[in-house]
Design a protein around this ligand. Structure first.
Ligand code: NAD
Length: 469
């Protein structure tokens, strides 16, 4: 078959059109670069464009990001668990949904005004520029999504350094957010990262002159590093949240709430109940109520010892323990299988009657294991709780109807989050009032971060004018 000239030119035109489309596509960045220097440079250039955007335009992009998080929540939750080998798909989905629905946008950037005889002074929230954000393996995608909303709402762009153990899930979230921003008419590279995150690339970020602020969400080592960087830093560090139960508590509800909080995402959240401290008068009753839940299994001393050997490494010289990361975020049945107990279908939480000094209490395990400590009274329970929290100033819970006890614990333990008569996650807005975040900054004091945390205050004084009374 021979083609006529006009048919040929039509085909050529079609092919060229396709090719040009492909060219445009390959020029469009998905925000992921080969080197940290390139990722920072791209975010820096993007911030120059983004700084010209109105609040209304920022909100339009944020709305598109929220939709992208929701649309991709199940796929990304699945990817997180597959890649990191930690946590639960159903709960990671809920965290992404919560992020989309309850992470504040620009509405929290409230201007302050002072007026008087001398005129009008405004204090507004300005952007830092480019923020470097380091994110954990335990909650990879929701941290990227939540920080992106807050940081962009504040007018910044962001470069992520995700944990190498969950970088694929983190980068998938990032790509979906960039795609949504582009489709909503926003600039490229508001959110960037590197295709192979490493400790070296994190170090480049911490020392780069174009990074105005650094935010670390992770364990003590990375928080210390950002605080030593010489830049404005937010540190959201480790916790070991205790939950105290006194004799006035609704024991049925306390049992239910504590197990729900402890098992959420296999105990990965930094806010999750890590140990329960219960006054003697209701100790047995609480354990009985917990065991009425068929997902709860009580470990014997022998089984608990086997799990200690499995999940903790003991340095006998220093008498310190370190957590075996290969069991972090694993489900209860997997832990049981590894000590030779099979066919434990439906078990989600392992409880154990422990002394307060037991390593299950003292170490941040991030596994669905709940040690339950007996205290002779509320004062002793509070003393244990304060010891176990280690001054992290992170999270604590209490189940009680005694207002004096609740108030005393809240004041004494001095944590960033204190939850009364509910599972820990009520403290981040899941079943409780208030906004959500997955970057809870105890060490540096911003608390439950939102767009305001990622701004610098700027003052503008107009003398002898603009006052209207
Ligand atoms: P992690 O400290 O191992 O890693 C966190 C991030 O820091 C990762 O991106 C990692 O690559 C980086 N990092 C760690 N050490 C580093 C070093 N020496 N140099 C350069 N980069 C380094 O933490 P994880 O296991 O992924 O997460 C669990 C920890 O994070 C727990 O302690 C948990 O309590 C804490 N956490 C806190 C919050 C919060 O909001 N406060 C939220 C989530 C997790």
């Amino acid at each position: 078959m021979e083609l006529g000239t006009s048919e040929l030119s039509l085909i050529i035109e079609k092919v060229l059109k396709e090719m040009s489309k492909r060219d445009i596509k390959s020029e469009v960045s998905d925000g992921v670069f080969d080197t940290m220097e390139e990722a920072i440079e791209a975010a820096y250039e993007a911030q120059k464009k983004y700084s010209q955007y109105t609040i209304e335009q920022r909100e339009k992009l944020i709305a598109a990001m929220r939709k992208a998080i929701l649309d991709n929540a199940m796929a990304i939750a699945t990817l997180c668990v597959k890649e990191s080998g930690m946590g639960r798909i159903d709960h990671k989905y809920l965290k992404l949904k919560l992020t989309a629905e309850k992470t504040p946008g620009t509405e929290v950037l409230q201007t302050k005004a002072y007026t008087g005889d001398k005129g009008l002074t405004l204090v507004e929230h300005g952007a830092f520029g480019v923020i470097g954000s380091i994110t954990p393996s335990t909650n990879p995608a929701a941290t990227v999504a939540c920080n992106s909303i807050g940081m962009l709402a504040a007018g910044n762009t962001v470069v992520f350094s995700p944990h190498p153990g969950a970088f694929n899930s983190s980068l998938t979230m990032l790509r979906e957010l960039n795609k949504a921003i582009r489709e909503a008419g926003g600039p490229d590279n508001l959110i960037t990262s590197v295709n192979k995150p490493s400790l070296e690339s994190t170090n480049v970020m911490l020392n780069h002159e174009k990074i105005g602020m650094v935010v670390a969400t992770g364990g003590p080592a990375i928080v210390k590093m950002v605080l030593s960087s010489g830049k404005k830093a937010i540190g959201a560090g480790a916790g070991n949240p205790p939950v105290v139960v006194d004799e006035t508590a609704d024991i049925k509800k306390a049992a239910r709430d504590i197990i729900a909080g402890c098992t959420f995402d296999n105990n990965l959240p930094c806010i999750a109940e890590k140990e329960a401290i219960v006054v003697e008068a209701v100790y047995e009753e609480l354990i009985k109520e917990m065991k009425n839940n068929r997902a709860v299994y009580e470990l014997t001393d022998e089984e608990a010892e086997k799990i200690v050997q499995l999940v903790l490494a003991h340095n006998k010289e220093k008498n310190t323990y370190s957590v075996n990361k290969s069991f972090v975020g694993k489900d209860a049945q997997y832990l049981l299988q590894n000590i030779g107990k099979n066919n434990m279908n439906g078990i989600e939480c392992l409880i154990y009657r422990a002394e307060n000094s037991h390593p299950f209490v003292q170490e941040e395990l991030m596994m669905p294991i709940l040690p339950i400590v007996k205290a002779k009274d509320f004062d002793e329970a509070l003393k244990f709780a304060v010891e176990d929290e280690y001054g992290n100033r992170h999270t604590a819970m209490m189940h009680s109807k005694n207002i004096d006890n609740l108030t005393k614990m809240a004041r004494t333990i001095d944590t960033t989050i204190f939850v009364k008569n509910a599972p820990s996650y009520a403290g981040i807005g899941f079943g409780g009032e208030g906004h959500t975040t997955f970057t809870i900054a105890g060490p540096t004091g911003e608390g439950l971060t939102n767009a305001v945390s990622f701004t610098r205050q700027r003052r503008c004084a107009m003398v002898e004018s603009f006052r209207i009374v």
